[in-house]
Write a protein that binds this ligand. Structure first.
Ligand code: ATP
Ligand code: MG
Ligand code: MG
Ligand code: MG
Length: 469
C-alpha cells in the first residue's frame, strides 16, 4: 500500500465516522507565540480545544505536517524519527470520548478494509490512574492484561500552554528481528525498535494555563496522533521509515549524485538518511515562507541545511546538491501538499544559494583554521583551544569534526571540553535571548507581523541575489 493511500484511508475512515476533514495547516503557528513550529496535529486546532472558537462540526480529522527539532539527533539513528513527519489525527471537541476513540482506533488498525494489522501484534500503554481506558482495552476490545502497560508521566500528554490529559498509546510488535523480549528494555515502556509506537490517543480533560496551573476543561476533548511514516513502514514491510516510498526515492537520487550505495556501510546510510530527512523538512518550511537566517525558525532551517551539507561531505559531495533533491520531494509529497509544488522553483533557488554560501563559509573557516595553526606553531603550542574551535563552529559554521580532522593532519589536538564549555555558555545566552523574545511576543508583538516580514523581505533578498548571480 502506498503512503498516499494510507493517508487517504485515514481521512476516509474518519469521514465515515462523521468527521470533517481539515487541511494541513502551515508549519508556522498562527497566533500562537508558545510554539516555534507546529509540532502535533492538534497544535493548529487549539482554538477549538480551548473554546475560543466553536467548530461547525465537533468531529475533525486531518493529516498535519509537523516539525520536531528535538528529534534531530535521532534522525538516521533510530528507525522511526524525522524532523518533519505527518501526524494523522482525529479530534473530538466536547463530543465523543474514550470509548469511541479506542473502539475506532482498533477498527482502523485491525479491519482488513482499512489497514488490517494483525491484532496479536498490538499492545497498549495507559496512564496508571486511567481505569476507564484500561477497562475498555481489556474488556471491550479484548487485549489481554499482559499486553496492557500502566505507565506514569509518559502517558500524560502536555505540550505547554493548552489542553492536556492522560493518554493511551498503541505499539506494533515488529518481532524477534528487532529485539529480544527477555531484554528489560524491549517492551512498549522501554527504548527499543521492536515495539514501534504508532498512535497516541489523548483524552484531554485539563487546560495547562499560562501561569502553569491546570484547570478542568468545560468539555472533554479527544486529540489523537498517529505517524504516517510508521504505518507505512509496517504496511510496506520495510526496515525503517527511510525505506518507505516516502524517503527511498530521495535516498536513491542522492546515491546516484554521490555515486554511493545504500545499505552497504553504516556511516554512508546514516548520511543518506539525514540528508533525505533534512531536505524534506527544509523544502516544506521554505514552502511555508520560512527562509534561512540567523534566528528563530530561519536558524533552524539554516542549521538543517548545513547539517545536510556536512553529511554530503561524508558521501564525498563537495558542491551544492541538495537543491537537486527538491524535485523528488515535490513529486513524492506534492500530491497532498500542493504548496511545495507551486513554490518548487523558489525553494530550489533559496536552497542553492544557501548551499553555495555555506561552501564558501567552509573554505573561509579552513583559512582561519590554517592561520590559527600557524600562530600556535610559532608559540610552540599544538592545541586548538575550546574558544577557537567554538568560534569556527559558531561564527563560520565550521563543524568540530572538520576542525579535528584538519588539526590532526597538522599534528594538533582539539580541546573538546573547552568546546563543550563554550557551547554551553552560548546555549545559556540563547536561552536568555529567547525568553526576552517570548515575553515581547506575549506582550503584543504579534507573530503574524513576524511571518509577513520574513516572507517578503526574504523574497526580495532572493530576487536581488538572483539578479546579482
Ligand atoms: P517516540 O516515542 O517514538 O519518540 P512520541 O511519543 O514522541 O514518539 P507523540 O508525541 O506521541 O510521539 O506523537 C504521536 C505520534 O506521532 C507517534 O505515536 C508517532 O507515530 C508519531 N511521531 C512522533 N514523533 C515523530 C517523529 N519525530 N518522526 C516520525 N513520527 C513521529
Ligand atoms: Mg518522541
Ligand atoms: Mg513515545
Ligand atoms: Mg507518544
Amino acid at each position: 500500500m502506498k503512503s498516499g493511500e494510507i493517508r487517504q484511508k485515514w481521512l476516509d475512515f474518519f469521514k465515515t465516522k462523521g468527521h470533517k476533514i481539515e487541511e494541513s495547516a502551515s508549519l508556522v503557528p498562527h497566533n500562537d507565540p508558545s510554539l516555534l513550529w507546529i509540532n502535533a496535529g492538534m497544535a493548529p486546532l487549539k482554538r477549538y480545544f480551548d473554546g475560543t472558537v466553536k467548530p461547525d462540526n465537533p468531529r475533525i480529522a486531518n493529516a498535519q505536517k509537523c516539525i520536531r527539532t528535538n528529534d534531530i539527533e535521532n534522525v538516521g539513528k533510530t528507525k522511526r524519527h524525522h524532523t518533519l513527519f505527518e501526524m494523522l489525527g482525529n479530534f473530538s471537541i466536547g463530543d465523543y470520548f474514550k470509548e469511541e476513540t479506542i473502539t475506532w482506533a482498533w477498527e482502523f488498525l485491525t479491519d482488513k478494509k482499512w489497514i488490517g494489522f494483525d491484532p496479536d501484534r498490538l499492545s497498549v500503554t495507559v496512564h496508571y490512574e486511567d481505569d476507564e481506558a484500561y477497562k475498555i482495552w481489556n474488556e471491550k476490545i479484548g487485549i489481554p492484561k499482559e499486553r496492557i502497560y500502566k505507565l506514569d508521566e509518559d502517558n500524560f500528554w502536555d505540550i505547554g500552554e493548552g489542553p492536556c490529559g492522560p493518554c493511551t498509546e498503541i505499539f506494533y510488535d515488529r518481532g524477534d528481528a528487532y529485539g529480544d523480549i527477555s531484554d528489560p528494555e524491549v517492551n512498549p515502556a522501554g527504548e527499543n525498535e521492536r515495539f514501534l509506537e504508532v498512535w497516541n490517543l489523548v483524552f484531554s480533560q485539563f487546560n495547562h494555563n499560562k501561569d502553569g496551573s491546570y484547570t478542568p476543561l468545560p468539555n472533554k476533548n479527544i486529540d489523537t496522533g498517529a505517524g504516517l511514516e510508521r504505518f507505512t513502514t509496517i504496511l510496506q514491510d520495510v526496515d525503517s521509515t527511510f525505506d518507505t516510498d516516502l524517503f527511498l526515492p530521495t535516498i536513491q537520487e542522492t546515491c546516484s549524485i554521490a555515486n554511493v550505495k545504500y545499505k552497504e556501510k553504516a556511516e554512508i546510510d546514516v548520511a543518506l538518511k539525514v540528508i533525505a530527512d533534512h531536505i524534506r523538512t527544509v523544502t516544506f518550511a521554505i514552502g511555508d515562507g520560512v527562509l534561512p537566517s540567523n534566528e528563530g525558525r530561519g536558524y533552524v532551517i539554516r542549521r538543517l541545511l548545513r547539517r545536510a551539507v556536512r553529511y554530503g561531505k561524508v558521501l564525498g559531495v563537495n558542491e551544492p546538491f541538495l537543491y537537486r533533491l527538491i524535485p523528488i520531494v515535490a513529486s513524492v509529497m506534492g500530491g497532498y501538499y500542493k504548496e511545495i509544488v507551486e513554490k518548487q522553483q523558489f525553494i530550489e533557488k533559496i536552497v542553492r544559494v544557501e548551499e553555495e554560501r555555506f561552501h564558501e563559509t567552509l573554505s573561509d573557516g579552513l583559512n582561519i583554521l590554517a592561520q590559527m595553526i600557524q600562530e600556535a606553531n610559532k608559540q610552540g603550542i599544538s592545541e586548538i583551544t575550546g574558544d577557537q574551535s567554538f568560534k569556527l563552529y559558531d561564527t563560520y559554521g565550521f563543524p568540530l569534526d572538520l576542525t579535528e580532522d584538519f588539526a590532526k593532519e597538522n599534528g594538533f589536538t582539539v580541546d573538546h571540553d573547552g568546546f563543550e564549555q563554550a557551547m554551553q555558555k552560548q546555549r545559556e545566552r540563547a536561552r536568555a535571548a529567547r525568553q526576552e523574545v517570548d515575553s515581547m511576543k506575549v506582550q503584543g508583538g504579534p507573530l503574524t507581523d513576524l511571518e509577513v516580514k520574513s516572507e517578503f523581505v526574504g523574497y526580495n533578498n532572493l530576487e536581488v541575489q538572483a539578479k546579482v548571480e
